[in-house]
Ligand binder design. Structure first.
Ligand SMILES: Cc1cc2nc3c(=O)[nH]c(=O)nc-3n(C[C@H](O)[C@H](O)[C@H](O)COP(=O)(O)OP(=O)(O)OC[C@H]3O[C@@H](n4cnc5c(N)ncnc54)[C@H](O)[C@@H]3O)c2cc1C
Length: 395
């Protein structure tokens, strides 16, 4: 088998990996994806992602006009060009340093959003047969002229020409490749993600809102939600919200972040019990089974570190630059990686020495800027602070 006929191996089947796979499929480059979960619907895919102009451009460059139109039709488009921050207790508009946000609007002057689940399905179209499920990647080994993935059960993959680690914030490929230089810090801030029927959001009107409660003695709590104009009268339509608490405010039972459902819903309800009646339906009517805790982590705020390039292994998405939710940049940066690496591989006709070095050089510039922007916004919004000497580094 010649080097270029060996598949590109992709660890993880998230947004970044699937868009890269789509790019390879369209270039006729063989690939295999190894995903830890048993299927697309193994765990809740709930939250919506806001897409920036850069993110949309990257997705369009991979999908081409026809498939991008389908993707665009799936996106919700919300009017209003920025966040409206409301005092969660009084219901009044609130402005302060903590409520200054980067502009949100992208294409067409609207706020464009899509659920993570829909995005994955569209990106995966035509790639399904190349996904191997229930495959937990724990590392890799280089061969004479290729690379193999190592799985948790001790087995190994076929030999590939290149390995791309796209397994999110706990990427073992990233750890091995960078010799531990790629770090993910626990910011101490915690979140709860929730959903409620669209009727619960009617009191807010259309727009993107931050409901902020500064009255708690141990730290602020905010809820971000994006209320779209369509489907508000459909009794089955659900919209999501994301709650973020400053360090120490939200505590899951036994610090267990895998807890989902009623226990997470009850904490969200108790934190919002004195909130304005206009906002209460978001919590009173929430779909309790969908409530989930969320630990807010971030890569090294100064940017993506240097490591000696390994031509046959690289990393994309959260695996190389995880971000706080502030600024909504994580997925937008991840899809830029997929578009860039996919284009370089297409131009090279598959794996060639030099491709991953060229990708990493360009990625480091925009990804470092995004991590820095997200972190600076989170310092202001959520009061987080990463001290590299004292902060917990996620395992
Ligand atoms: C509540 C919430 C709201 C967000 N909102 C926004 C937003 O508005 N805009 C934005 O740009 N970003 C947002 N983000 C960030 C965004 O979701 C991530 O940046 C994006 O999903 C990263 O994509 P990825 O493919 O790198 O990783 P992921 O989407 O995390 O995918 C990683 C995949 O790898 C799999 N995996 C993990 N470990 C292994 C293993 N060992 N072996 C094999 N497979 C493995 C996982 O199951 C998963 O399928 C948000 C995140 C959260 C949690």
């Amino acid at each position: 088998m010649s080097a270029t006929n060996k598949p590109v191996l992709i660890a993880g089947g998230g947004l970044a990996s699937l868009l890269l796979a789509q790019s390879l499929r369209r270039s006729g480059i063989p690939f295999k994806i190894f995903e830890r979960d048993a299927s697309f619907v193994f765990r809740a895919q709930g939250y919506r992602l806001r897409l920036s102009s850069e993110g949309l451009d990257a997705i369009e460059s991979v999908l081409g006009a026809e498939a991008f139109q389908l993707f665009w039709d799936h996106c919700g488009k919300t009017g209003g060009v920025g966040f409206v921050t409301l005092n969660a207790v009084t219901g009044e508009r609130a402005e302060s340093e903590a409520t200054v946000h980067p502009p949100l609007a992208s294409r067409g002057g609207r706020v464009v959003g899509i659920s993570r689940g829909d995005m994955r399905k569209i990106f995966a179209d035509g790639c399904e047969d190349s996904i191997e499920w229930s495959k937990e990647v724990t590392g890799y080994e280089l061969t004479g002229d290729g690379v193999r993935v190592i799985f948790a059960d001790g087995t190994k993959s076929v030999e590939g020409s290149l390995l791309v680690g796209g397994e999110g914030i706990r990427s073992r490929v990233a750890q091995q490749l960078s010799g531990g230089k790629l770090k993910v810090y626990d910011t101490g801030a915690r979140g709860i993600h929730g959903q409620a029927p669209s009727t619960a959001f009617k009191g807010l009107g259309e727009g993107v809102f931050i409901l902020r409660d500064d009255t708690r003695p141990n730290g602020a709590v905010s809820v971000v939600t994006n209320v779209r104009p369509n489907g508000m009268d459909d009794p089955d339509a659900q919209l999501g919200w994301t709650m973020v608490g400053q360090p120490g405010v939200i505590r899951p039972p036994n610090e267990d972040y895998t807890v989902v459902g009623k226990q997470a819903a009850d904490i969200a309800k108790s934190l919002t019990q004195n909130w304005h009646p206009r906002f209460k339906p978001l919590f009173d009517h929430m779909n309790e089974s969908e409530a989930a805790f969320w630990k807010i982590t971030c890569s090294t705020p100064s940017g993506v570190p240097q490591w000696p390039n390994e031509p046959r292994v690289t990393v994309i998405g959260d695996a190389v630059h995880s971000m706080t939710p502030a600024g909504g940049l994580g997925a937008n940066t991840a899809v830029r990686d997929s578009a860039l690496l996919g284009r370089l591989l297409r131009e090279a006709g598959g794996y060639k020495p030099g491709v991953t070095a060229a990708y990493e050089k360009e990625m480091r510039v925009y990804a470092s800027a995004a991590v820095h922007q997200s972190y600076s916004t989170a310092v202001r919004q959520f009061g987080v602070k990463i001290d590299a000497d004292t902060c917990t580094v996620e395992a």
